[in-house]
Design a binder for this molecule. Sequence first.
Ligand SMILES: Nc1ncnc2c1ncn2[C@@H]1O[C@H](COP(=O)(O)OP(=O)(O)OP(=O)(O)O)[C@@H](O)[C@H]1O
Length: 373
Amino acid sequence: MSVNREAALREISEILMPDGKTLEQADIVRAFSIDGATIRFVLEVPDADAARALSAVEAEAKRRLQALPGVEKVQIVMTAPAARQTRPPQGQPQGQPVRSSGEGGPPSLQIGRHPTAQAGPQPIPGVKNIIAIGSGKGGVGKSTVTSNLAVALAKAGRKVGLLDADIYGPSQPRMMGLSGRPASPDGQRIEPLHAHGVTVMSIGLMLKEGEAVVWRGPMLMGAMQQLLQQVNWGELDVLLIDLPPGTGDVQLSLCQKAQVTGAIIVSTPQDVALLDARRAIDMFNKLKAPVLGLIENMSTYTCPNCGHEAHLFGHGGVAAEAQQLGLPFLGELPLQLEVRLAGDSGKPAALGEGAVADAYARLADRLIKGGIA
Ligand SMILES: Nc1ncnc2c1ncn2[C@@H]1O[C@H](COP(=O)(O)OP(=O)(O)OP(=O)(O)O)[C@@H](O)[C@H]1O
């Protein structure tokens, strides 16, 4: 008989901690997994003293879970993040929470936890529109488009937020020229950072340099929930969300946790990118997030020396695809060295003047006139 994960979690959620909180409220259960008849999880505690104080909680959790039909073995491990007491049980997803405290003490808010219950997708207080920017394929310029669009909307006078949810390759800190960890003075709320008139939060700002996130569905869902709801976004006309490429848990979490106004899909004109873009569109349709339109990135290349125009990845494929699918085509963005250099230097090209800035201004204008930004 297979063990139901939700039922098992429910079984231990109400166990009382020494401070009177329930186990669920204390939010210390990590990496909960069921492998046949074995349940394994980690109880994250601040130090060895706290671990000792929780021995009754551990015993009670074991007792309750072992009483469930189909459960033969329960392995619980206590870990202290600073000085790990024990290795996690073998085969665990390495869903270790990321601390924002870094080297220098508080703030100590953790990003990455199991999601808390909520009744369907929620609005973010103060945020009028939430636009997800997705792509089917990696490397088509989704993050570049997001940062430039954010800047262009801010230049047009809109109050703009940018959430970098590209959990596997967060690039907005670099593209927006940000570093440093967002503060969490009360350990509950996170203060976002600000750059070029845009309010920014990135999962990358909560990780150590070079650190990889290896989380599975529930941890990702919890992390997304935190980034959406625990960040002090303030009053925003629009929050742009830079998603990882493809069709995975982050997209699913976003659409389950937040009331997304719609999604914009970025693609290059090549057939292979378009094929993947179609999958992304299909996913948003299934998740009931309206697709607001398609953008062609890396469209025309104009030689800076002779002015000759070339179409390195083809041209017009995204517009044709949009027409075929009955979706709005939002515009094409040129392939230019300046775009990459600007992104690498933390000052998106849309901040300046010229063809690229104009293309982004047109795109921003279109979204504003459409009432979605
Ligand atoms: N229009 C453009 N002109 C020139 N370079 C571009 C353009 N768009 C993106 N790039 C460059 O291409 C690279 C990939 O872009 P970016 O990181 O935005 O893609 P992505 O789709 O977000 O990738 P990922 O799959 O990592 O999320 C970056 O070096 C970026 O500077």
